[in-house]
Design a protein around this ligand. Structure first.
Ligand code: PLP
Length: 368
């Protein structure tokens, strides 16, 4: 039985008629860039996430770059990021000319280590970018305390965690800013590229809107050097349709996670830890196995697709060699990169498909 890592066709089918109608309406209106659909989307997503303002942008990577620009972060500044994340978290810091300072993650939640974060603060540190990896909120209680002690901005990289909560509070409402991605593989996806920045600070929201449009403050008058980070109207329209389904989709992912937790008990793989205070939205369901590559082959032979996020921590990436990190500098992330394996968890997955994944892992476990 084939089990893809993600089945975009199944998702598209479940919203097809409404998405087509909404997209065609934008084409008929010629509101191709920003416009009323994007504006409505900003309000709806901010409300859903528990933040006051939303500023829609082209993608999640530019959401990070624009956040840093709007906070005035650039050359000479340091920004603390986890080393175990998608490239854009650190790439965005380098793109604005600042220095990414990488720290290790926690072995149970895979999220940034607050002690390592506190230890990495210097006089040049301007911000922390915690990532809510795989859909679970980082330890924002401790991270916000560190940030306030040192007067640092916090940009939550919530690209994988829309709808997640901690202590019943939405991720993307803790930090100075939070960024989202609507890339097609994310829990809420556009019909192309998309992203958003959320904040509770009205002044900052207004500045972000300027930065999105080349820092323009009056007619061809520019107070800042921003860029063109605007979102397309059809993305706004399609996202509004899909947003109505997101709570159910996230619940579907959580149910699948529960079935995996039960089905993979007493095997030699380590299932992911969800903190008691956390509403995890399982962008990925990531297990650990010291025999990860063999297990992955075994699953592939049974027509089950899996993912490895991420096979090389950022401190060891060739493009960051200039930062001078050595192998062994971040032992948790380095070990995770050899052990993590993400299983199919998409909400449209059938019971039979999931049982097939569970049984295939159990047979691998028995054979050892
Ligand atoms: C996907 C992702 C991004 C980047 O988003 P894009 O929309 O692909 O540019 C940034 N950070 C993390 C953690 C992501 O998963």
């Amino acid at each position: 039985m084939k089990v893809p890592l993600l089945d975009l066709a199944a998702q598209a089918k479940s919203v097809e008629a409404d998405v087509k109608k909404a997209v065609l309406a934008v084409l008929d209106s010629q509101r191709y860039v920003l416009g009323p659909e994007v504006e409505a989307l900003e309000g709806e997503i901010a409300a859903y996430c528990g933040a006051k303002y939303g500023v829609a942008v082209r993608n999640g990577s530019d959401a990070l770059v624009m956040s840093l620009m709007a906070l005035g972060i650039g050359p000479g500044d340091e920004v603390i990021v986890p080393t175990f994340t998608f490239f854009a978290t650190a790439g965005s810091v380098a793109r604005v000319g600042a220095k990414p300072v990488m720290v290790d993650v926690l072995p149970d939640t895979f999220n940034i280590d607050p002690d390592a974060t506190a230890a990495a603060v210097t006089a040049r540190t301007k911000a922390i970018i915690p990532v809510h990896l795989y859909g679970q909120c980082a330890d924002m209680d401790r991270l916000m305390a560190i940030a306030s002690r040192h007067g640092l901005a916090v940009i939550e990289d919530a690209a994988q965690a829309i709808g997640a909560k901690r202590h019943d509070r939405g991720v993307a409402s803790y930090g100075t800013l939070a960024t989202l991605s609507f890339y097609p593989t994310k829990n809420l996806s556009a019909v192309g590229e998309g992203g958003m920045i959320l904040t509770n600070d009205g002044e900052l929201a207004a500045r972000l809107r300027c930065f999105r449009n080349h820092g323009q403050t009056g007619t061809y008058e520019h107070a800042w050097i921003g860029g063109n980070f605007r979102l397309d109207g059809i993305q706004g329209a399609a996202l509004r349709v899909k947003l109505r389904k997101l709570p159910d989709w996230n619940e579907g992912r959580r149910k699948n996670a529960e079935r995996y937790d039960a089905g993979l008990k007493d095997t030699d793989v380590v299932t992911p830890v969800a903190e008691a205070c956390s509403y995890h939205v399982y962008h990925q369901y990531t297990i650990r196995s010291p025999r990860r590559d063999a297990l992955r082959e075994h699953l592939k032979a049974a027509e089950i697709d899996t993912g490895v996020y991420y096979p090389l921590p950022l401190h060891l990436q060739p493009c960051f060699a200039y930062l001078g990190y050595q192998q062994g500098a971040m032992p948790v992330a380095e070990r995770l990169s050899t052990e993590v394996l993400s299983l199919p968890i998409y909400p449209e997955m059938s019971r039979e498909q999931q049982d097939h994944v569970i049984e295939t892992i159990r047979s691998f476990s028995r054979a050892s």
